[in-house]
Design a protein around this ligand. Structure first.
Ligand code: NI
Length: 507
């Protein structure tokens, strides 16, 4: 796949230029966007993007690297997050897996160029399921959409920290027989999970119909649970010592029944999983206990900007979306140094990984907004899924930062009317968009952000190194113009905001 990249990129660039050209004029937001659309798919690969990035022992040990291609809901786009750690062997493998996903996206966009009406949405995010002295486990979900609805698939990465390598299925079992025995028990457990979901379904006219479907499903369950690596690519364990297998949509049941995460019975774990793994896991199962959070400094009263009392000064709010990421701690350092408060629209999934970063945001006086769980396009998902996206993020932020986010911002700013009422708090848009996901040039981003007028809400993304590099200039420019840089709380101070209403500036 890799050697075709240059060719694919060429085709993709042509496709994007062609699709911009055919876009109806009159959409003002699109015009600025179209100018340099070929930039959207710059051929930067992940290895280049991450080459000068390192974490040392004082850093939070698992952080999020997020990369995007495109940010327009009307066009094909991709968001990929993967873990960045202080272990280079982990970073390298996860980066390569993610690169494959990006290459698949590029190939599919190139194929689609014939029928340019279709838009692709590729999404990859991860959770940290286990972090101990011996192992670290990530569970990824990849979601792809070719129109409405997303298809999800999961896979797990298990790393052996002592031997510095990835743990394969072959490493998890003593021999092929043990894997066969395990798969056979999982077939029984998966079958029971499918049967229960079928029993609860209200889609059947009669019991006979239900029974017929159940009989027809047997071969699918059999095939989806055979002892082959691909069927168990989402086998993982968590901090409680529980093991699970996630079976993707269509793997063991019809697509409408969704995915199944089936617990592995503990006796099955004890009988079939390699004793060395269990011994080492047992020995290190205590780190269960949440990792010590480094002493956080108390918010500094003295750090308040001198201009603070000057309430007549024009105000501007800086907002940062799609984090926290591996670059966010650096941004927090800059803001602290400059005595500036901002607002962070975080993804629930990334917030759960970078807990220390989240705590810092609160401790240092920034606002936190909810930007969904994993950045799905709300125009494409169901009401139930939208509710789950908002609710899970509220829970995670509440848990790690001690407060429910007071604002919401839709990923890509995209929504349908039926999603508005779910938000249950003010919704934030923006009035200045520096297109920092496209122009990876700190000077240019700084120039665009500095164009903000009074009461502007400036959009930026704390997942791009170049954006972080732009911020000292932005702060300098805005202060020179006499602006006070404030949080959304301050921008709207003294006003009563309506729930479920979209605000794109403080006017
Ligand atoms: Ni976003």
């Amino acid at each position: 796949m890799k050697r075709y990249n240059t060719l694919l990129f060429g085709v993709l660039a042509l496709f994007l230029m062609a699709s911009c050209g055919s876009r109806q004029s009159g959409d003002s937001s699109a015009s600025a966007d179209s100018l340099a659309s070929a930039d959207v798919v710059e051929v930067t690969d992940l290895a280049t993007l991450t080459e000068d990035l390192t974490l040392d022992d004082t850093d939070e040990d698992v952080q999020v690297f997020t990369m995007k291609i495109g940010n327009d809901p009307e066009r094909s786009h991709l968001t990929v997050s993967f873990p960045f750690t202080k272990y280079e062997f982990i970073n390298e493998r996860e980066r390569n897996l993610s690169q494959q996903f990006i290459d698949e996206f590029r190939a599919e966009v190139a194929q689609l160029s014939q029928e340019s009406t279709a838009t692709l949405d590729y999404n990859q995010h991860f959770e940290v399921k286990y972090r101990g002295d011996s192992f670290i486990v990530f569970l990824y979900t990849r979601s792809t959409s070719r129109g409405n609805n997303y298809d999800d698939s999961s896979y797990a990465s298990i790393f052996d920290l002592e031997h510095r390598r990835v743990v394969s299925i072959a490493d998890l079992f003593v021999d092929e027989d043990a894997f066969e025995g395990f798969a056979s028990e999982m077939r029984a457990a998966a079958s029971e999970a499918v049967r229960l979901r079928l029993m609860q379904s209200k889609d059947f006219g009669s019991e006979h119909e239900r029974q017929t479907v159940w009989v027809e499903m047997q071969s699918g369950i059999e095939e989806g649970t055979l002892a082959v690596d691909a069927n168990y690519d989402a086998l993982f364990f968590d901090h409680e010592g529980n093991w699970y297998v996630t079976f993707d949509k269509y793997q063991i049941a019809s697509g409408s029944m969704g995915t199944f995460t089936v617990p592995v019975p503990s006796w099955v774990v004890r009988r079939y999983v390699h004793p060395d793994i269990l011994r080492r896991l047992g020995r290190s199962l205590e780190p269960d206990a949440p990792q010590e959070i480094a002493d956080l400094e108390k918010p500094e009263e003295a750090a308040r900007p001198l201009t603070d009392d000057d309430s007549s000064a024009s105000r501007v709010a800086l907002t940062f979306d799609d984090g926290p990421s591996v670059y966010t701690p650096r941004l927090l350092d800059i803001l602290k140094q400059e005595g500036v408060k901002a607002t962070f629209f975080v993804l629930g999934k990334s917030a759960a990984v970078q807990k220390q970063t989240m705590k810092r945001m609160v401790e240092e006086g920034h606002n936190i907004g909810n930007h969904s769980y994993d950045h799905k396009n709300f125009a494409k998902i169901s009401v139930e899924e939208a509710r789950r996206q908002i609710g899970r993020t509220d829970e995670i932020v509440g848990e790690v930062a001690g407060q429910r986010p007071s604002y919401f911002r839709f990923p890509y700013g995209a929504y349908t009317q039926d999603k508005l009422t779910l938000v249950n708090r003010p919704i934030m848009g923006w009035s200045v968009d520096p297109l920092d996901w496209k122009y990876k040039d700190a000077d240019r981003v700084a120039l665009e952000m500095s164009k903000a007028g009074p009461n502007a809400i400036v959009l930026a993304h704390d997942i791009h190194k170049t954006t972080i590099e732009a911020i000292p200039q932005v702060i300098r420019n805005l202060k020179a113009k006499g602006y006070r840089i404030v949080t959304l709380d301050e921008l709207f101070a003294g006003r009563t905001l309506k729930n479920n209403q979209v605000y794109s500036s403080g006017k």
